[in-house]
Design a protein around this ligand. Structure first.
Ligand code: HEC
Length: 197
């Protein structure tokens, strides 16, 4: 029995050595694919049609109720009643002094095109035909509470678009802290000029 096994092993060895010499694989050419479906799985690009998924589309809508990581739901709607509710209920959670630096950057990038650097509504976009926003240092805008501004930035107000998709809640509160700080500056009485002697 043992000698038969030894013979079989010897034959196997000779055959595999002979095969190794005879086949001489070319390293420049791809190897033989066993189970090619696994080596080359049919991957669909996000926007390519898909024969398997519902609607024939590769990119599917998220499951209803899906929230992005870190998303905080806001329990207000785009209604007049909720503007008033936000005005009294919502408070800026950030320390105004610390938030101002970030708010300055946000304002310069997202708000100056329309509201202008001085907040008077004279940004480049407004100068070229877009309805000019009101002066944020004007009497009416000075009365806006931070909560109301947050509602405006989140849902928009008439011609002013919503900034909810461009700015995180944190950035919206930061820019509000900045706008408020400039408004307060404007509200302060002008420093009394000392008469030159
Ligand atoms: C595309 C131009 C545009 C941009 C950009 C823009 N706004 Fe406005 N904003 C407007 C217009 C127009 C109004 C007036 C809306 C109305 O008629 O009630 C307005 C109104 C406002 C008001 C309410 C003023 C009031 O007295 O009712 C606030 C506050 C405000 N914007 C803040 C901002 C901030 C902060 C940014 C930057 C994140 C910003 N806006 C970006 C156009 C813009």
């Amino acid at each position: 029995m043992r000698s038969k096994v030894n013979w079989a092993l010897l034959v196997l060895l000779v055959v595999s050595l002979a095969a190794g010499v005879a086949i001489q694989p070319d390293p420049a050419k791809p190897n033989i694919d066993y189970l090619p479906d696994m080596a080359h799985s049919p991957a669909y690009a996000s926007f390519s049609p898909n024969p398997i998924l519902p609607g024939g589309k590769t990119m599917q809508l998220p499951v209803p109720g899906t929230l992005p990581r870190g998303f905080e739901p806001l329990h207000y709607q785009d209604t007049e009643a909720d503007v008033r509710r936000a005005a009294v209920e919502l408070k800026n959670p950030l320390d105004p002094q610390k938030a101002k630096d970030r708010g300055t950057v946000v304002y310069q990038n997202f708000c100056t095109p329309c509201h202008g650097g001085s907040m008077r509504g004279d940004g480049a976009v407004a100068m070229h035909g877009f309805p000019a926003p009101p002066n944020l240092r004007g009497e009416k805008s000075m009365k806006l509470s931070e909560g109301q501004m947050f509602h405006i930035l989140t849902f928009g107000q008439k011609k002013m678009p919503s900034y909810a998709s461009q700015l995180t809640a944190n950035d919206r509160w930061s820019v509000i802290a900045y706008v408020k700080s400039l408004q307060n500056e404007a509200a302060e009485p002008a420093p009394v000029q000392e008469a030159k002697k």
